[in-house]
Design a binder for this molecule. Structure first.
Ligand SMILES: O=P(O)(O)OC[C@H]1O[C@H](O)[C@H](O)[C@@H](O)[C@@H]1O
Length: 448
């Protein structure tokens, strides 16, 4: 069953249906390359059949680890950067109470994140928090060598060992990394941590349905069986559906049609504050997959209606080099009606008696019309409700469409050579062993 609706009516005033469908053959060829594993980066296709290959035993095992990690733990720190944290944060935020950090989560610890910045105050304050609260850590790095999570983990490991003793700290740490390579693997083996493997053929930004995403999501108390079931159903549906009924193929086609028509940026917009990090996850997925060889759509995100009061101006009347994709949620979890006020001093009685979501939906519709009138092509993606099942399906849809879109653009959607440039400079400037020559060159260039 496919719960996801893709509506391209808001694109056709700008790029005709014929022009979008002109990409059909190329997208079908992309799908053939993907399914036959004969395209670029074909050693990174483990995500393609991941949902259907995860077993109930594996899921139960992850759940059991989540439960034992949660025992007598108030805060679990998920340590990772990029694909090693965005997927879990996207799902956890989408499903959590908006104020969960201030509420007692029952049997489930609060989740906080580290390893995605090098802020000194952030880390200091995190250690202060862990001084007051009972803590545990899930450290995640596919390469096992990424600086930011390694640095955060060193601090947190030190802290946990000093607070609880090494033996107890060991049981409060789970590592998720490569099967054999990388410093984190060596460290985890040496220290005897519980570990999970990120398969070789699954890249970081495609790894949310591996233990990378599943363990933190289970710790937060959400149903990973349902998440995977949604992804499984979407995997099956997208495998067989012809172009005319296949939202992933059509999304890939329309993105490429708009790009070749001069639209260099895609703005993912939501009207649900819980989706902020879903957008962040999507930005990495598409930006890192397609932005290479001096090509690719720049991915940006906005939260509406919030950003209608800031970036709304640019979107309405600024340069016309982008299109907008609205990720819409049909039904809210709760119902809340605007009360009537007999004095009507705030002049809001025109919406009295309406559900908040009815107002939000009119804001969404009004924005769509305004932006189309302002010459912004509009793609509309709708899922029925924020549930584990629907999020699993949405994640797999975006992953599959991304791979198809990247192949259609003729790039390898599974590598990210460009991210090494800053790392090389940072290591050279910090005198890391093996980077001495680069360090000399840089210091000379900077005159320092
Ligand atoms: O999981 P890791 O190996 O630590 O990588 C974490 C992230 O950082 C890298 O630099 C890449 O740009 C990302 O694709 C990756 O998700």
């Amino acid at each position: 069953m496919n719960n996801l609706k893709l509506n391209l009516e808001g694109v056709y005033p700008f790029v005709s249906k014929e022009k979008v469908f002109a990409f059909k053959a190329k997208v079908e060829e992309s799908q053939r390359l993907l399914h036959s594993k004969t395209g670029k980066g074909n050693d990174f296709l483990g995500w393609l059949h991941l949902p259907s290959s995860i077993t109930t035993e594996q899921l139960n095992n992850i759940k059991a680890t989540a439960e034992s990690l949660s025992q007598a733990t108030e805060v679990v720190v998920v340590i990772g950067i990029g694909g090693s944290y965005l997927g879990s944060k996207a799902v956890i935020d989408a499903l959590s109470n908006s104020f969960s950090q201030l509420l007692d989560n029952g049997a489930h610890p609060h989740i906080v994140y580290a390893g995605q910045n090098i802020g000194e105050d952030y880390h200091y304050e995190l250690l202060q928090l862990l001084e007051k609260k009972s803590g545990a850590a899930i450290v995640i790095s596919k390469s096992g060598t990424t600086t930011e999570p390694a640095l955060a983990f060193r601090l947190i490991k030190n802290h946990l060992e000093a607070k609880y003793c090494k033996l107890v700290a060991k049981n409060r740490i789970v590592a998720i990394t490569d099967e054999s390579k990388g410093a984190l693997r060596t460290l985890a083996t040496q220290e005897g941590y519980t570990t999970y493997v990120i398969p070789d053929d699954v890249g970081g930004r495609y790894s949310v349905l591996t233990p990378v995403g599943l363990l933190p999501i289970a710790v937060a108390g959400f149903d990973i069986h349902e998440l995977v079931r949604g992804a499984q159903d979407m995997e099956k549906f997208l495998m067989d559906a012809p172009f005319e009924e296949n939202p992933a193929m059509q999304y890939a086609a329309v993105r490429n049609a708009l790009y070749s028509n001069g639209k260099k940026m895609e703005i993912l917009a939501n009207f649900e504050p819980k989706l902020h990090f879903m957008t962040e996850w999507w930005k990495q997925l598409y930006g890192e997959s397609e932005g290479k060889e001096n090509k690719g759509i720049f991915t940006a995100g906005v939260d509406f209606t919030t950003d209608l009061h800031s970036m709304g101006q640019y979107i309405q009347e600024g340069e016309r080099f982008f299109f907008e994709t609205v990720l819409s949620i049909a039904k809210t979890k709760h119902q809340l009606v605007v009360p009537t006020d007999k004095d009507n001093l705030d002049q809001l009685n025109f919406i009295a008696g309406k559900r908040i979501d009815q107002i939000n939906k009119m804001a969404e519709l009004g924005t769509k019309i305004a932006h189309i009138d302002g010459n912004v092509p509009n793609i509309h993606i709708e899922i029925p409700e924020l549930t584990e099942y629907n999020l699993g399906a949405l994640i797999y849809f975006f992953e599959k469409a991304c791979a198809l879109s990247g192949y259609t653009l003729d790039v390898n959607p599974f590598d990210q050579p460009g991210v090494e440039a800053y790392k090389k400079n940072m290591f050279a400037l910090l005198n890391k062993k093996g980077f001495e020559k680069e360090g000399d060159v840089l210091r000379k260039r900077l005159g320092i």
